[in-house]
Write a protein that binds this ligand. Structure first.
Ligand code: GLU
Length: 392
């Protein structure tokens, strides 16, 4: 299988094929596939629907059209059933992560979600994500788990997104009506025509349809994530994936977006401060692809906040070797510099994670820039394109 870290989205049609309660009918094959991925050292984050369907058995409801409050009540009771249903097919521990659109828009909460998932993956746990339906309002919800899975794939920097439902992929026409409809194996560009092909096919139990799946593919591929729409009711789909055969529709990731992120960091974001690093940290960053830990920090200059871009300076050569987005302010870093990560909480009373700058939030400069004394950049000045070879 050609991925290292994947988000697998499992729709209600697979969790609750009879539209109520939870079933193992399709979940078993999916869990076996995920277990195989794990055995091959791959990381998987699940986004699972099915809370509402699972809770349907215990909440009284009248018409088939459920009100939002009834759905919320169902999802809150069904979530536990759905999680228990997953866990019974795994020997691997699972965790539950419930999030809303609002959580993903708030930078601190975003980092918190990202770090939680990262630590769980490092510990071989399968995070299982769903929207926190009980607390969502129209304004604050993602609304469907297809789009949610694309956002989760971005948060945890997955390289692939597998959207599993009961349809084979994207067809040239609606296959339920047209016999001559043909499955499209690869989509390199998502155009209006592709949306038109998606039609309005819907599973009335879940919130999404083909349209939301394509929206999700658009979001994910823009962030460099290959996205697949696959039929999770067919066990041969998983054996094909294992043999590196695409059994559905693949939306190709836009390779340029990964480059664009690094380019943005390198050329557009203005640095608000400077962190000077010891020899060990410089070596770890330049030669080992590591993140920056507080232990390697010798000194901190200028005033900056969490989320600001800072220059990373080699203490020996006095050159800027990298730029990155910091998870701690200058004041906090002054207190934790030179310390082990496990001391952060004790010293600050809180922690934003073990690393000061995550590798994914950092760009190494090919040509190191000499550090010259310069005027302090105004903290809230406009972010104009600052070339790294400009005097700082
Ligand atoms: N969060 C919903 C549930 O757990 C699913 C939404 C969707 O299927 O897109 O039932």
């Amino acid at each position: 299988m050609n991925f290292n870290r994947a988000v697998i989205k499992v729709g209600s049609a697979l969790v609750a094929p009879s539209k109520t309660g939870c079933s193992g009918q399709y979940i078993l094959a999916i869990a076996q596939f995920i277990t195989k991925c794990h055995q091959q050292g791959k990381e998987v984050i699940l986004v699972s629907s099915g809370g509402v369907a699972a809770g349907r058995t215990v909440i009284r409801h009248g018409s088939p059209e459920l009100s939002p409050s009834v759905k919320k009540a169902m999802s809150s009771v069904g979530q536990m059933k759905m999680m228990a249903n997953w866990q019974r097919f795994f020997d691997i521990p699972c965790s539950q992560i419930l999030i809303t659109q609002d959580d993903l828009e708030d930078r601190e909460r975003y980092i918190s979600i990202r770090d939680t998932i990262q630590i769980q993956l490092e510990n071989g746990i399968i995070p299982i994500v769903n929207e926190n339906d009980t607390v969502t309002t129209e304004d604050l919800k993602v609304g469907d788990n297809d789009n949610l899975s694309a956002l989760v794939a971005q948060v945890c920097e997955a390289d692939s997104l597998f959207i599993l439902s009961d349809i084979d992929g994207v067809f040239t026409k609606d296959p339920n009506i047209h016999d001559d409809a043909v499955l499209i194996p690869i989509i390199d560009e998502i155009t209006d025509e592709i949306y038109a092909m998606a039609g309005t096919s819907r599973n009335h139990l879940s919130t999404g349809g083909m349209k939301t799946k394509i929206e999700a593919a658009e979001k994910a591929t823009e962030h460099g994530i290959n996205t697949y729409i696959l039929n999770g009711t067919k066990s041969e789909v998983f054996s094909s994936l294992i043999r590196q055969i695409n059994p559905g529709t693949r939306f190709s990731a836009d390779k340029n977006t990964i480059r664009a992120k690094k380019h943005w960091l390198k050329h557009t974001v203005k640095s608000h401060g400077r962190i000077t690093l010891d020899k060990g940290a410089v070596n770890a960053l330049l030669n080992k692809g590591a993140s920056l830990l507080p232990i390697g920090i010798k000194s901190v200059a200028r005033s900056f906040d969490v989320g600001d871009c800072v220059d990373l300076v080699d203490q020996q050569t006095k050159t800027i070797i990298a730029k990155g987005i910091t998870q701690y302010s200058n004041k906090e870093l002054k207190r934790i510099k030179g310390k082990h990560s496990d001391e952060i909480k004790l010293i600050l009373g809180h922690e934003e994670g073990d690393v000061v700058i995550h590798r994914d939030d950092m760009v190494i400069l090919e040509q190191n820039v000499e550090v010259k004394p310069a005027k302090v950049a105004p903290k809230n000045s406009e972010e104009k394109g600052t070339k790294t070879n400009a005097p700082i």
